[in-house]
Design a protein. Sequence first.
Length: 220
Amino acid sequence: MNDKKVVGEKAVEYVKDGMVVGLGTGSTVFHTISKLGKLVEEGLSIKGIPTSKQTEKLAKEVGIPLVMFNEIEQIDLAIDGADEVDDDFNLIKGGGGALLREKIIAKAAKSFIVIADPHKRVNKLGAFPLPVEVVPFGFEMTMKHIQDLGCSPHLRQNNGIPFLTDNGNYIFDCHFPKISQPGELEKNLNLIPGVVENGLFVGMADKVITLNREKTIIIN
Ligand code: 5RP
């Protein structure tokens, strides 16, 4: 079994009958959602709240009933992947461009479980370029302000056309030489007019499910 499937399916053990579950985005949580679909078929009663249109489509395909924010009081548990996880369980997310909805749902959840194959574990964040979601208006100027924080931002594009998030925004992938104070950087980026949100998730993960070198599951 591949690493993403192992950690993705392990997270399902934390989902209990009656829960509202935040469903992350990406190829790791794909396995969580697929497995949850099977359990729903067998009688598990949950409601999902998706972090992206891609996940909404997948959840519908596998038969997980979905809810919107106006229908619920709380999210019991959110499960999502990450692009990097440091020793303090701070994260870089947004490789799939869903960081804003992912952060809204992780913040609203009573518990946030991160599933990460071993390649995602790092001592310090920053080898993976930090995704920053910005509104299209004035993005050239927003880019300069982001650059002033010490990185080289690249507008995410497909065949020369700017990538659009589910919210109609652009993404800058920002390479910082190193991110030594993720909490500071997270706040400073969000102070820039035009920045909607950034992919630093600081102090948000309650649990990280990963594998060690021997491929044993580690849960912290
Ligand atoms: C999407 C994300 C994903 O969780 C992150 O990119 C990890 O993806 P994958 O599980 O495919 O490696 O933040 O916005």
